[in-house]
Design a protein around this ligand. Structure first.
Ligand code: 6R9
Length: 646
């Protein structure tokens, strides 16, 4: 069967930054002469001291080292704020849309400057210096963007912890990077419900020491306990400082932020991004992938707690002097028409969201969409997980009324920015395919031994050479960085994703090939959920796998072996579900729990996840070889008692 194709609309081909011819020529230049190509592109930023070197990178597992623009000096906050003041001081930088549809406000570049400077001066007053780590645990309010840019301004490294994470998850992340300061709010507000952020911080601080200041932004005005000498309200602190703050000159390779993400083993990894290459890449991809032109209103629905929020709500758009919309709420509150109403309210031109939201809104019925105008829309985007062609077609036909191309953007926390994506003026679209590589990106598909496969093929996705937005290390653990990404297939960056390439050279991401699952676009290590489960006193052993879920993409299926004498009841299932929510956060809530007297293991004691995955997927007809199991009998029990995934 040939795949459906959607041609490039003529108005896009004519008006976009690049058409297909330009894409092919620029791509060729970018891979044949990376120094020349990126040397030019890097000039899009303002440098305090221009770079003379461009690319200096090695994927040799004995010496992984990634440096871009290494002798350049710049400041991210100056690039995202100050440099726009001359021409855009009255232009809106951030449109903030509250959880409550009656609440919204616009922040101009002038106001952004003042707010960022004030926040930076508050940080300084609390002793924050270049290189210090600052944990941000804020909801989707403008102060989250001010806080990020304030850290960048003074040279501090921010680590944002998604406001949906539990006190335990927060504590682990504060401890790992040794932050002395946490920026939070009294409470968050999502879907009409309050999130007790300050209370969560207090609970986290019972588990870690070393935090000397907690700065609390008042969001709801809720009554929260304040510890004398440690906790300070932001408004009172900001009233004491000036609205001007000089920027700290930063080397291109000085760290900008740490962002924790799940891997296949162990604790979440602190992915470290640096200053120059990251901002060059985030801003360039934002401009070209979304074909952003001055005056466009751009809305990415992600949370700043995820990498998409870092690169495509804050850094990329603001570096480009864009108007970026920041949304506090959720897509189905107060009704499933919310996103489309917000698009009409603020005349949004570019809308970027996740397949899980698209599927949920599709399920809510077309009438919520069709009752709105959406005339302002010209481009749609998707990110976070593979988008099924049915959801793609609905997004295209119903939301975009066959007028708006869809950019299905493949990338990762580790990659800093988009790597495989259509360009709206250049790329013929195929629903479900992320299509072709961005400039400078050289993907390859390898077999299990690391041999590069040519032509139309399927295998594991690697990237053969560095691009400026790539992560530089895992904070505090360079060896783990090398082990995780550069030893599986020597000489290449391993993405952890499976992928197919068709005869047109289009890439189709098939999902993770490691023990990472993708639940509603959120990455989770099955090992993290397992360790939360076995921390429960009644649980002896647990194995967690993903299974296909209509809305979430993947659901969380847990096999649990209880301690001797414990009863496998429905109440206990509920208790375990709540337990995991409180250990990690609501996003890790198990969908299905199966009590199992034993788990399938090899004679050396390794859990055979392949078998557990098949059972969870309801494909136990094809379990493969089970003869190496220590006790093949457990498999029948698992099949007989499998949980219905419908
Ligand atoms: C940006 C982000 C990364 C993982 C990645 C892949 C999946 C992201 C995708 C996609 C298919 C897309 N993924 N975008 N799969 N098509 N357009 O999501 O980062 O949270 O680190 O997740 O998400 O499996 O490896 P992150």
């Amino acid at each position: 069967m040939t795949d459906a194709v959607i041609p490039v609309p003529a108005v896009m081909a004519d008006n976009a930054y690049v058409n297909n011819e330009a894409y092919l020529a620029m791509y060729k230049h970018s891979v044949e002469d990376p120094d020349g190509f990126w040397g030019e592109v890097g000039k899009r930023l303002d440098w305090i001291k221009p770079y003379t070197k461009v690319k200096n990178t090695s994927y040799d597992p004995h010496n992984v080292s990634i440096k871009w623009f290494e002798d350049g000096v710049l400041n991210v906050s100056a690039n995202c704020v100050d440099r726009h003041l001359a021409t855009k001081s009255d232009q809106v930088a951030i449109i903030w849309e509250g959880d409550n549809p009656a609440e919204s406000k616009s922040i101009t570049y002038r106001e952004l400057y003042e707010n960022v400077c004030k926040f930076a001066n508050v940080l300084k007053a609390h002793g924050v210096k270049k290189g210090d780590r600052v944990t941000i645990y804020l909801p989707m309010i403008p102060e989250a963007a001010y806080a990020m840019l304030a850290c960048a301004r003074v040279g501090a490294i921010h680590s944002i912890v998604f406001a949906g994470f539990s006190p335990d998850s927060l504590a682990g992340r504060v401890e790992d990077c040794d932050s002395k300061i946490i920026l939070t709010a009294d409470e968050g507000l999502r879907g009409g419900r309050k999130v007790p952020l300050k209370t969560n911080v207090d609970a986290a601080l019972e588990k870690v020491s070393g935090v000397t200041s907690v700065i609390v932004v008042k969001r709801t005005g809720g009554d929260v306990p304040m510890t004398d000498g440690r906790d300070y309200f932001y408004d009172a602190e900001a009233a004491k400082v000036s609205a001007d703050c000089p920027v700290e000159p930063m080397n291109a390779e000085d760290p900008l932020f740490i962002l924790y993400t799940s891997g296949s083993t162990g604790k979440p990894k602190g992915v470290l991004h640096t200053t120059g290459g990251y901002l060059v890449y985030a801003s360039m991809t934002h401009q070209y992938v979304f074909d952003y032109h001055d005056g466009d209103v751009y809305w990415c629905t992600a949370d700043v707690g995820w990498v998409t929020g870092h690169s495509y709500i804050v850094y990329g758009p603001l570096a480009n002097g864009a108007t970026t919309l920041m949304f506090e709420g959720v897509p189905n509150y107060p009704s499933p028409a919310r996103c489309w109403e917000v698009i009409d309210k603020h005349n949004v031109n570019i809308f970027y969201t996740a397949p899980t939201a698209i599927r949920a809104l599709m399920g809510a019925g077309d009438e919520h969409v069709t009752k709105t105008s959406r005339k302002s829309l010209k481009l749609l985007g998707s990110v976070g997980e593979p988008i099924n062609p049915e959801a793609w077609m609905w997004y295209y036909n119903v939301v975009g009324e066959k007028r708006c191309p869809i950019v299905d953007t493949w990338w990762q926390t580790e990659t800093g920015g988009i790597l495989i994506t259509p360009l709206p003026g250049a790329t013929i679209l195929k629903p479900g395919s992320a299509t072709r590589p961005f400039f400078g990106v050289e993907p390859a598909i390898v077999d299990a031994e690391g041999g590069i496969l040519e032509g139309a093929t399927e295998g594991n996705l690697v990237i053969t050479t560095s691009w400026p937005g790539q992560m530089r290390t895992i904070y505090g653990d360079h060896e783990r960085f090398v082990q995780t990404y550069f030893t599986t297939y020597k000489g290449y960056y391993f993405t952890g994703d499976g992928c197919r390439r068709d005869a047109d050279g289009y890439y189709w991401i098939t999902g993770r090939v490691d023990d990472v699952i993708n639940v509603s676009g959120h990455r989770m290590g099955t090992a993290e959920v397992e360790s939360a489960l076995v921390a429960h006193p009644k649980v002896s052993e647990a194995a967690v796998v993903g299974y296909p879920h209509d809305l979430k993409g993947q659901g969380i299926y847990c096999y649990v072996t209880l301690m001797d004498g414990e009863e496998p009841t429905d109440d206990l299932k509920k208790e375990l579900r709540n337990w995991v929510r409180s250990e990690i956060g609501p996003i890790a809530s198990p969908d299905l729990i199966q009590f199992a007297p034993g788990l399938p293991k090899t004679r050396s004691g390794k859990i055979m996840r392949r078998i557990l995955r098949k059972i969870a997927e309801d494909e136990f007809g094809s379990l493969g070889d089970t003869s190496t199991l220590a006790d093949p009998g457990v498999v029948n029990d698992l099949i007989d008692n499998r949980q219905n995934r419908k």
